[in-house]
Design a protein around this ligand. Structure first.
Ligand code: NAD
Ligand code: LMR
Length: 334
């Protein structure tokens, strides 16, 4: 039995992500939780003739009643994906979402700590640079934190990097891999274009403009949606791709599955400490290898160009601030 849970399942990302998970034949049970509309989304998806049994859950109507909806959604989970929370409007930074989303993510993480502490946890809710540390701190408080199983989802940055570089290199964007490391907001997004596969030699101007487009790809969508939210469909595809990698490694035992994710560097002491020695942070979006129990290896940062090194130096202060803000939110919350 492989139970996948989506928290925030009725939203702009939640609905298409739920659809893609319903189409993933490794999933045998799909539990959808939201504060609105999740039973409707579950009934709709439940008519699709793929293996997953779909259930929808809501919180209780009465204030202060126990949240059996969240409990029942989470119990027995193998993988939990969290896109719950508000998206940006034009003019906002992802950090502007902290005041609403930090509390939402904290409360959902508390449920996970109580009902499904061994599950793989994928955080989509922004600001990912802070919400991932928030979840880690909640799990630590409950003595159930496993850094090998917690992932800030940054796959959309890689998806964008493949698409945008393919427009220039002419390679099929489905075959292109660009590691995008650091974090998930503006200057903390560090595309390593020198490591692109298949290899391609970009001009200096192309590197400058591609880097900027990948760093601010989210803003491109926010501006185009003009007040109606941020990326939802591309994010759902990216989230489903990352979830599928976790399922392939953890359920099907496919070895050496390589992805990129924003992780706690304790997940692999060896590789993690090498990155820590360079960046001086506990969290960093890194190239990781996945196995049955989560992260097996973090690849160190190697052979950066002078330009990539300058991007890294520019990213570190903001990333540090974002991480500290998330950690402090839980430490000061008792
Ligand atoms: P949305 O407003 O369309 O959907 C959010 C859903 O969360 C809604 O259905 C809402 O009811 C639900 N929700 C709110 N509080 C909840 C709670 N306490 N418990 C359960 N569900 C709750 O927003 P969206 O466009 O789907 O975006 C969701 C989040 O994902 C935003 O924070 C956005 O910034 C982020 N995002 C991240 C990435 C990434 O690359 N990591 C990409 C795109 C969007
Ligand atoms: C994205 O990169 O599209 C998301 O983080 C949403 C946003 O606010 O840009």
């Amino acid at each position: 039995m492989v139970k996948a849970v989506i928290l925030g399942a009725a939203g702009g990302i939640g609905q298409p992500l739920s659809l893609l998970l319903k189409l993933n034949e490794t999933v045998t049970e799909l539990a959808l939780y939201d504060i609105v509309n999740s039973p409707g989304v579950a009934a709709d998806l439940g008519h699709i003739n793929t293996p997953a049994k779909v259930t929808g859950y809501l919180p209780p109507k009465e204030k202060n009643a126990p949240n059996d909806g969240l409990k029942n959604a989470l119990t027995g989970a193998h993988i939990i994906i969290i896109p719950a929370g508000v998206p940006r409007k034009p003019g906002m930074t992802r950090d502007d979402l902290f005041k609403i989303n930090a509390g939402i993510v904290r409360d959902l993480a508390t449920g996970i700590a109580q009902y499904s502490p061994k599950a793989f946890i994928l955080i989509i809710s922004n600001p990912v640079n802070s919400t991932t540390p928030i979840v880690a701190e909640v799990l630590k408080k409950h003595n159930v934190f496993d850094p090998k199983k917690l992932f800030g989802v940054t796959t959309l940055d890689l998806v964008r990097a493949s698409t945008f570089t393919g427009e220039i290199s002419g390679h099929d964007s489905r075959d292109i891999r660009v590691p995008v490391v650091g974090g998930h907001s503006g200057i903390t997004i560090i595309p390593l274009l020198s490591k692109i596969s298949p290899s391609y030699s970009f001009s200096k101007e192309q590197i400058d403009s591609l880097t900027n487009r990948i760093q601010y790809g989210g803003d491109e969508v926010v501006k185009a949606k003009d007040g109606a939210g941020s990326a939802t469909l591309s994010m759902a595809q990216a989230g489903a791709r990352f979830a599928d990698a976790i399922l392939k490694a953890s359920v099907k035992g496919e070895a050496r599955l390589i992805e990129v994710s924003y992780v706690h560097l304790d997940a692999d002491k060896d590789g993690g400490d090498k990155i820590r020695a360079t960046v001086g942070l506990d969290y960093f979006s890194s190239t990781i290898e996945l196995g049955t129990n989560g992260i097996t290896k973090i690849h160190p940062l190697e052979n950066l160009t002078a330009f990539e090194d300058s991007l890294l130096k520019a990213a570190i202060p903001e990333l540090r601030e974002n991480i500290n803000k998330g950690v402090a939110f839980i430490k000061e919350d008792s």
